[in-house]
Ligand binder design. Structure first.
Ligand SMILES: [Zn+2]
Length: 327
């Protein structure tokens, strides 16, 4: 019987229930820790902020969150563990790496003096270490591998990371989730991972709702992978109205068994936060852990999408993906 690793230990797939498949309990972009004006790292305070932001999901019946924070965005599994215990929700954490322009790559680049083949091996060994022994000394094992690429290209470091993830995924049966920049390189990510031997049903191509082309969505979907509409609420990238219209079209075409919904929200962001002009702030007004339930699902229902289709996307798909069931 397949078990799913959470930060509090393994659970049965049937216990996952309603799942948000791409959120961040806490995260920070590299460099925040070198800003003397950043708030000091106080884990207790961080946990309290996360709990305040996450508590509203309880009323919608969310049982499980997949935390998509890779190693290099200040992932903190102790925070996840405390939040999971206090809120009584399952949290599944990730191993893996962020995109080259945005993550922490200097160390590996320097270590390998540009030899990408060796970097690939070292990344693989690192992912395997976390997947088989646990993260640091915590004993907490990741349930997914998160990898990423940048805008309109997969750089050599990102290529190494995707291939390392594929190898670790095959050996441990761990599924892979990706970050695409504005939904670009989706077909290329899928092709690369599949060519390395990962089964399509063990791959989620992320942030696909960032690319408002139906043709493009289908170009990824025909490869058999999952896609995530996982940035509802970040309306300066793509308005939710556009994401919803695109989703309705895909659902009408029968793709509900390959789509997942989430928000990419961050319970506690480290550092001082981005400076945003007033008009930009309006474009993230609805961004939260509950935007899907407040705004997106009601809009889908209004457009004729059934409860069954919604449950497929929010309950069945994350469960099938994590337990490796192909259809
Ligand atoms: Zn994310």
């Amino acid at each position: 019987m397949v078990k799913i690793n959470t930060v509090l230990g393994p659970i049965d797939p049937e216990d996952m229930g309603l799942t948000l498949p791409h959120e961040h309990i806490s995260a920070g972009y590299p460099g925040w820790e070198c800003d003397p004006l950043s708030r000091p790292y106080d884990r207790e305070k961080i946990v309290n902020v996360c709990i305040k932001n996450l508590e509203p999901i309880k009323k919608y019946g969310v049982k499980t969150i997949i935390d998509a924070t890779p190693l290099d965005l200040s992932r903190d599994v102790e925070v996840m563990k405390a939040v999971s215990e206090k809120l009584q929700i399952h949290i599944i954490c990730s191993t893996g790496r962020y995109k080259e322009n945005g993550g922490k790559w200097f160390y590996f680049r320097q270590r390998e003096e540009g030899k990408i083949g060796e970097m690939k091996t070292e990344l693989y060994e690192g992912f395997m270490r976390e997947l088989t022994h646990g993260i640091g000394l915590t004993g907490i094992k990741p349930g997914v591998i998160k990898v990423a690429s940048g805008l309109n290209q997969i750089s050599s470091c990102e290529d190494a990371s995707l291939r390392a993830a594929a190898r670790a995924s095959k050996e441990t049966e761990t599924p892979i989730m990706t970050h695409t920049e504005d939904g670009t390189m989706g077909p290329e990510q899928a092709d690369l991972l599949i060519s390395e031997g990962v089964k399509p049903h063990k791959i989620v191509i992320g942030h696909m709702c960032g690319n408002p082309s139906l043709e493009y969505q289908e170009d990824v979907l025909i490869r058999g992978v999952y896609i995530a509409f996982d940035r509802f609420g970040i309306e300066m990238l793509v308005p939710d109205k556009v994401r919803i219209a695109m989703l309705v079209e895909l659902l009408k075409k029968g793709y509900e068994d390959r789509i997942m919904l989430s928000q990419d929200f961050i319970g506690c962001s480290f550092g001082r936060g981005g400076r945003m002009p007033e008009e930009m702030l309006k474009l993230v007004m609805n961004w939260s852990f509950t935007n899907i339930f407040h705004n997106v699902i009601p809009a889908l229902k209004k457009a004729g999408i059934s409860d069954k289709q919604i449950n497929t996307m929010t309950i069945d798909n994350p469960m099938r993906y994590l337990s490796g069931i192909s259809s």
